[in-house]
Design a protein around this ligand. Structure first.
Ligand code: CA
Length: 369
């Protein structure tokens, strides 16, 4: 009643906005172009589903920050409610939920959809592949994003880079890994292409959502696990279930998270709200990497000094064999799937070029420092 009264006051140019059954996305621009700067626009409400426990450090905070920033930049015109894993849909059904429109947005990792499309794995992390800085370069300036959009288009889903963990840790083990043979028969939580490599090394990879890792490791359902890095691994208490903490995370050298948006919902937004969604995603993408950079080192000190975690580096001989197996795995994935081949070629060509330059820039500097 209040709204009808207001519309009557501000005149015919905004009448369409007040009609019954008019959705906010259809009517928003009409309201904006009217003379009534004071007319309150009915907010658009979206749902965002994630693969993480609600407000989990880093991973779970990124979608909250994204939603907050969208609300702030849109002055409340687009409001996004964030659901933790299992609250609306199970952790590993985020992509389907966004594709079907159960939720307008998802926050997850592309490698969880490898059963649906093996090529998706290249957009999260590739064993011995690019680090965070390089991957972001490929996505935004090297043709990666165009390939990612093309891959998800048949599902009515638009991907955005939605965070990056940086180089992950190699994982938690209850025994030392002195040779590749020590991985044989090992049942280890490791998703994506890294899991495929582990399989070729004689291990049994298991994909589990984060929230199930600790109990699985503690009860012996799995023998070992990787998760993210010190900041996140400490939060899950993984040091209470395994003693040896290995580095480096050869299998996930700079894992990208994804913000996925239902295409119909995105297309229905006015152009300024679309720009806000894009820019909030870009913010979330960089923000996560910054936060991990700031917090991982302190968490590692706590794990080692307070909790007595045994920090170990994988022997060079083990890393060399895992690298050879990774090359073989990537070649096989590309040979068996045309979409993977196309993405892998773009990914590896970019990596070769950027790695050559990073030899004399980032790496040379870090060695010199
Ligand atoms: Ca991981």
């Amino acid at each position: 009643m209040k709204r009808r009264g207001l519309i009557a006051l501000v005149g015919a140019s905004v009448l369409g906005w007040g009609l019954a059954g008019c959705s906010p996305s259809d009517c928003g621009p009409t309201a904006q172009t009217g003379t009534a700067a004071v007319a309150p626009e009915k907010p658009i409400h979206w749902k965002l589903v994630t693969s993480w426990p609600k407000n989990f450090p880093g991973l779970g905070e990124a979608p909250e920050k994204f939603a907050n920033e969208v609300k702030r930049m849109s002055n409340g015109r687009l409001q996004i409610k964030v659901y933790g894993a299992g609250e609306l849909v199970p952790a590993l059904e985020v992509f389907d939920a966004v594709s079907q429109g159960t939720a307008e947005v998802g926050h997850s990792g592309a490698y969880y959809w490898k059963g649906k499309m093996p090529a998706a794995q290249f957009f999260s992390s590739v064993p011995f592949g690019m680090n965070a800085q390089e991957l972001n370069g490929w996505l935004h300036y090297g043709g990666g994003m165009e390939l990612w959009r093309e891959l998800y288009a048949p599902f009515g889903v638009i991907p955005f880079a939605g965070g990056n963990t940086g180089v992950q840790m190699g994982g938690w083990f209850n025994k030392e890994i002195n040779s590749l043979e020590d991985l044989q028969g090992l049942k280890m939580r490791m998703p994506g292409l890294g899991g495929e490599v582990l399989k070729r090394a004689g291990g049994t990879p298991v994909t589990l959502p984060g929230g199930e890792i600790f109990t699985s490791l503690q009860t012996g359902t799995i023998d070992a696990t990787e998760w993210v890095g010190p900041y996140n691994d400490l939060a899950f208490g993984l040091h209470k279930a395994a003693k040896f903490y290995y580095y480096p995370g050869w299998h996930e050298p700079g894992t990208a998270l994804e913000l996925t948006v239902n295409k119909k919902a995105f297309d229905a937004l006015p152009a300024d709200l679309q720009a806000i969604v894009e820019n909030a995603a870009q913010m979330a993408n960089q923000d996560m990497l910054d936060e991990y950079t700031a917090r991982n080192n302190a968490a590692l000190v706590e794990l080692v000094e307070k909790h007595g975690v045994q920090l170990r580096k994988f022997p060079d001989s083990v890393l060399a064999r895992l690298k050879a197996l990774s090359e073989q795995t990537l070649a096989e994935v590309a040979a068996n799937d045309p979409a993977s081949k196309k993405v892998y070629e773009s990914f590896s060509a970019f990596q070769r070029k950027v790695a050559a330059y990073h030899e004399i820039s980032e790496k040379a500097y870090i060695n010199a420092r």
